[in-house]
Each structure stands twice: as C-alpha cells, then as structure tokens.
Design a protein around this ligand. Structure first.
Ligand code: IMP
Ligand code: MG
Length: 180
C-alpha cells in the first residue's frame, strides 16, 4: 500500500462533534417524515459502500422508527481524485413496495447516484429518497434530487469519517480537505 501520510496534509472542515450533531438532526427529520412506517414494512436504508459505512451506522442509531439497513457497492473507475464516466453497482436487494432511503457519502458529478436510483427504480419500490452526508453542487453534471443533506462542501477533495483517498483516511473521526 502506498504511504500518503507524508506527502499530504488535511485541513479540518467539520469536527467529530459537528458531524454528530448534524447526523442526529437528519435522523430526527427522517423519523418525523417516515412516522407512518410500520414494523411490518419498515423504512429501508440502503448504504452505498464503502464511503457511507460510518455515516450510515451513525445515522441508523439516531432513527427512532422501524428501520432496516442493506448495502449496495458502487465503484467508479478513473484517475484517483476524479469520477469517471463508468460506475459499477453490485447488490442483492429485494425492494419492491418498500420505502427506500439511499445513504451516500458524497454527491459530486451525480453520476453514481443517478445510476443507483435508475437501477433501484426498476424494482418498483414504494418510494425512493436520497440522503447524502456531503453535497458538492459546483461539480454537478447529472441532476440529483437530494432529500437530506448533511453539509454543502466546495469542489475540493474530502477525506475522513469513512471517506477515502486510495483507501486511506477512512479512520479519521472528522472531515477534512486533502491538500496535495
Ligand atoms: P459522482 O458519481 O461524481 O457523484 O461521485 C460520487 C462518488 O465519488 C462518491 O460516492 C465518492 O465515492 C467519490 N468522491 C467524490 N468526491 C469525493 C471526495 O471529495 N473525496 C472522496 N471521494 C469522493
Ligand atoms: Mg461513494
């Protein structure tokens, strides 16, 4: 594995405390908006691996209505800090007639989210919402209808709190900008 720690510095953007507060606010809004779901048909969070795994785990624990979680794996191919035009999506979900909320780390160009929603909609869920920890609106090329946003960020490269650069920095408890 390459060793990026010596050549990159990280400028903190959102502290662990600020993230915890915002995640809790989103969890309350979700519980409020989906108050009518029942234990027989709980809300289904679908977290996008790998980047959203910490966000989804924290978010799940703030939601006070019947709720389940499942995962899709999305990876884009391209150079290290840019999204490419090709996204591979792997999942094994049964979601017909379910209320879905996709949980994502970052929406950048919007390509990944557009492809995931198109794929999930073919299975006719009852509803489909999108919850992203970070939104980079300046980078958008493909429109996405976001239901819940944690924080808006500038068009910079972000790491920490599950989000990586070449598989590094996911372990950081805060979010920061990677300076190269
Ligand atoms: P999009 O398809 O261009 O919207 O890219 C979305 C995906 O690219 C995200 O789910 C991340 O996995 C990755 N990505 C986009 N911006 C960043 C970033 O600033 N840091 C780390 N990964 C990013
Ligand atoms: Mg992602």
């Amino acid at each position: 594995m390459s060793e990026p720690y010596t050549s990159n510095t990280i400028t903190p953007l959102f502290s662990a405390g600020a993230i915890e507060k915002r995640v809790s606010e989103i969890g309350k809004a979700i519980a409020n908006d989906f108050a009518l779901v029942t234990p027989e048909c709980p809300l289904l969070l679908i977290a996008v691996l790998k980047g959203a795994f910490i966000f989804a785990a924290d978010l799940l624990r703030t939601i006070t209505i019947p709720c389940c979680i499942d995962f899709v794996h999305a990876s884009s191919y391209g150079s290290e800090k840019t999204s490419s035009g090709s996204v591979s999506i792997k999942h094994n979900l049964t979601i017909t007639d379910r209320h879905l909320l996709i949980v994502e780390d970052i929406i950048d160009t919007g390509l990944t989210m557009q492809q995931i929603t198109a794929e999930l909609l073919t299975m006719k869920p009852a509803s489909l919402g999108i919850c992203t920890l970070l939104d980079k609106p300046e980078a958008r090329k493909h429109p996405v209808d976001i239901t819940y946003t944690g924080f808006m960020v500038p068009d910079t490269f972000i790491v920490g709190y599950g989000i990586d650069y070449n598989e590094h920095y996911r372990e950081l408890p805060f979010l920061g900008v990677l300076n190269s």
